[in-house]
Design a protein around this ligand. Structure first.
Ligand code: 5IU
Length: 273
């Protein structure tokens, strides 16, 4: 059967990339396909939110470059929380430059992303050199890369042949590219006639998930966990403001529990209808 009709545990056994395998195992262990996106600008808020939602998530998505009081202690604390609550870390860096430059941006600078982020992502727009550049840093560390095959926003340009070309680029680097940011499954997209792609299992991580509103004033569009996981076959729901934007700590916890439950029910409906 197509990979998304198998359980996360079954799929974990077939993945060789350490980050992909660890993510699938974490999802199974915690019964959570929820990734929380923590887009706040203060270190204290960032760590407080992650400590609250930690028990309910498989993955925490960061934008470390928006944190005003960033220093290396933040990374130490983030790693402690990752161990305490058993989640992986995904720096949503969206690399988009030539291979040589992205290798430096990934390994070096203030943030040293490769040293702590299990998963990161890149735009395919520069061509395969971006994957080669990032892989030169990430593969020895056991990291995984997602390519942006699609986006959640109104009017985005990642459609049609661009999406198909992203999938082909991933197929050529299957040891390091573990999947996509996309709105639905990419099974067989862009495959040549006779190319054997039935066994491929790219992970699909999907932002633009919300239960209470349809979008924001800047083009974001939300779908429900059911639409994303059950109807579109995606593997991980990424939720930001729907969880951390809710005010009190108790409310943030409640929303994390709610999205975890909704994402898991949708998954169960998919693998055992
Ligand atoms: N994000 C998207 N859409 C995309 C991609 C990334 O929303 O297509 I690629 C990011 C942006 C933000 C998070 O960090 O996912 C979604 O946050 P909200 O749930 O608050 O909209």
């Amino acid at each position: 059967p197509s990979a998304h009709l198998q359980t996360y545990a079954q799929r974990a056994e077939k993945h060789a990339n350490p980050a992909a395998k660890a993510l699938l195992e974490t999802i199974e262990r915690k019964s959570s396909n929820l990734c929380v996106s923590v887009d706040v600008t203060k270190k204290a808020d960032f760590l407080r939110i992650i400590d609250i939602v930690g028990p309910y998530v498989c993955l925490v998505k960061t934008h470390v470059d928006i944190i005003e009081d960033f220093d290396s202690s933040l990374i130490d604390r983030l790693k402690e929380l990752s161990a305490k609550h058993d989640f992986l870390i995904f720096e949503d860096r969206k690399f988009a430059d030539i291979g040589n430059t992205v290798a430096l941006q990934y390994s070096s600078g203030v943030h040293k992303i490769a040293s702590w982020s299990h998963i990161t992502n890149a735009h395919p727009v520069p061509g395969p050199g971006i994957v080669t550049g990032l892989a030169s840093v990430g593969t020895p560390l056991g990291r995984g890369l997602l390519l942006l095959a699609e986006m959640s926003t109104k009017g985005n340009l990642a459609t049609g042949t661009y999406t198909a070309d992203a999938v082909r680029m991933a197929r050529a680097h299957r040891d390091f590219v573990i999947g996509f940011i996309a709105m639905h499954r990419m099974d067989g997209i862009g495959a040549q006639a006779g190319e054997a792609v039935e066994d491929e299992d790219f992970l699909i991580l999907t932002p633009g998930v919300g239960l209470d509103v349809k979008g924001d004033s800047m083009g974001q569009q939300y779908r429900t966990p059911r639409e994303v996981v059950l109807e579109s076959g995606c593997d991980v729901i990424i939720v930001g403001r729907g969880i951390y934007g809710k005010g009190s700590d108790a409310e943030v916890r409640e929303q994390a529990e709610r999205y975890r439950r909704e994402g898991w029910v949708a998954y169960e409906g998919r693998v055992s209808p």
